[in-house]
Ligand binder design. Structure first.
Ligand code: APR
Ligand code: PHB
Length: 404
């Protein structure tokens, strides 16, 4: 007989989406169980992007999980855009009055796990064969069910709702009957090779170098580590890129008349990620709600992925809060309609940044347009403010009337 338990919200996946949702629910007195297939060490060791929009920073503060970020995060006031051997400083704070934060996703996840532990509510790692069922109707009777297995045996959890926060390759979205959800998508003919290195950042903010051989990005993790990326062909194999080759290429693309040479050092971590854009819709089926990478992917240019996960669970936590406060399932039923417009704004922004900054296979006309776009973006405070507003993050959707 499997061990049986009951909760209000079963959360599948302990990435930023699942962990933050659990915390936002906890603050409203709502119980949840988080089920994660990987080990805690694996989840903590995953190196990903680290640029937090200002609304994301606000939600993390409101959620009470921003204590370490306040000390170790590095405030960002803009970006640097480098092309044709010159660096342009785009002062977004000066033109928008807002700021962003550079703080690695791994750190956000670490903080969220620590705070989850402090609540005493369940967080299960190494849950195998997680299977959601019984969620087909939003107002139906009988609970949704999630089963899984671990070293102690088989488990069965009943819940009012299931939150599918299990990333692009998770089980939640694919558990929804075929034909219910549609995908709108684009792929790009390149990938990002990313490194985490023990070198000091050359500038205190992100630098995008639109080099004729491809984009390079120079970012940071605190003041002692850098996170850097290279545009590489989609079929790249990491083993073909020893450290020396990575540094040579980064140095070449980073070079400009107005900067010193790039510092090189120990490479601590390397990743390879394909670029794609995907939006699945609707984001809900019955009592299953999808959030984060489980329901949309953005290319990494502009680092919107984590921020979108945060805006999704912000909306979802309020809709669930409304339900448990007695406002019915109206806000839950509106989850997709509330969330999608901002998701598409982020998709548009990520696609535009990707198109503006990468080397594409196109012809001279394409390159002329690309260069014109770069010159346009740096041309006036109005243009810089327009980009800055999107880069630092549009306000999160707030259509829930129970809160007004
Ligand atoms: N059962 C349980 N957990 C699962 C399963 C499964 N079958 N499949 C995946 N998971 C877990 C993954 O191991 C991962 O820890 O779900 C979690 C999903 O986390 P993320 O991939 O980090 O996705 P999300 O929380 O939506 O955060 C989005 O992560 O991928 C980046 O760029 C993205 O920054 C963005 C952020
Ligand atoms: C990062 O810091 O990892 C980062 C910064 C800017 C991007 C993408 C990633 O556009």
């Amino acid at each position: 007989m499997p061990a049986v338990a009951t909760t209000q919200v079963a959360i599948i996946g302990a990435g930023p989406a699942g962990l933050l949702l659990a915390q936002l629910l906890h603050l409203q007195g709502i119980d949840s169980v988080i089920l994660e297939q990987r080990s805690e060490a694996y989840v903590l060791g995953r190196v990903r992007a680290g640029l937090l929009e200002s609304p994301t920073v606000e939600v993390l503060r409101e959620a009470g999980v921003a204590d370490r970020m306040a000390v170790e995060g590095v405030e960002h006031h803009g970006i640097h855009l480098r092309f044709d051997g010159r660096t342009h400083q785009l002062d977004f704070a000066g033109t928008t009055g807002r700021q962003a934060m550079n703080y690695g996703q791994a750190e956000v996840v670490k903080d969220l796990i620590r705070h989850r532990r402090a609540t005493g509510r369940p967080l299960v790692f190494e849950a195998e064969a997680v299977t959601p069922t019984g969620f087909e109707s939003l107002d139906g009777h009988g609970p949704a069910v999630v089963t899984w297995r671990d070293e102690h045996g088989e488990h069965r959890l009943t819940a009012d709702f299931i939150a599918g926060c299990d990333g692009f390759h998770g089980v939640s979205r694919v558990a929804i009957p075929p034909g219910t959800i549609t995908a709108a998508q684009r792929s790009y003919p390149f990938a990002w090779l990313g490194i985490l290195a023990r070198t000091r950042p050359t500038l205190p903010e992100v630098v995008y170098s639109a080099h004729q051989d491809g984009l390079s990005v120079h970012s940071m993790r605190g003041h002692e580590l850098t996170r850097q990326y290279l545009q590489v062909p989609a079929d790249t194999v990491l083993d073909d890129w020893p450290d020396e080759r990575i540094w040579t290429e980064l140095t070449r693309r980073h070079a400009a008349d107005d900067v010193g040479p790039l510092a090189t050092g120990e490479v601590i971590d390397r990743t390879l990620a394909p670029l794609r854009s995907v939006v699945f819709s609707p984001m809900q089926y019955g009592r299953m709600f999808l959030a984060g990478d489980a329901v949309h992917i953005v290319p990494p240019t502009g680092a919107k992925g984590l921020n979108l996960a945060v805006s999704d669970v912000s909306v979802l936590s309020h809709a669930l809060g409304g339900y448990y406060a007695g406002a019915g399932s109206h806000h839950l039923a509106e989850y997709t309609r509330t969330s999608l417009p901002r998701i598409w704004q982020a998709e548009l922004f990520s696609w535009q940044m990707t198109t503006m900054l990468h080397r594409f296979p196109g012809d001279e006309f394409d390159r002329g347009l690309q260069r014109a776009r770069l010159e346009q973006v740096v041309a006036s405070p109005t243009q810089i403010a327009a980009l800055g507003e999107l880069y630092f993050g549009l306000p999160f959707p707030r259509h829930w009337s129970f809160r007004d």
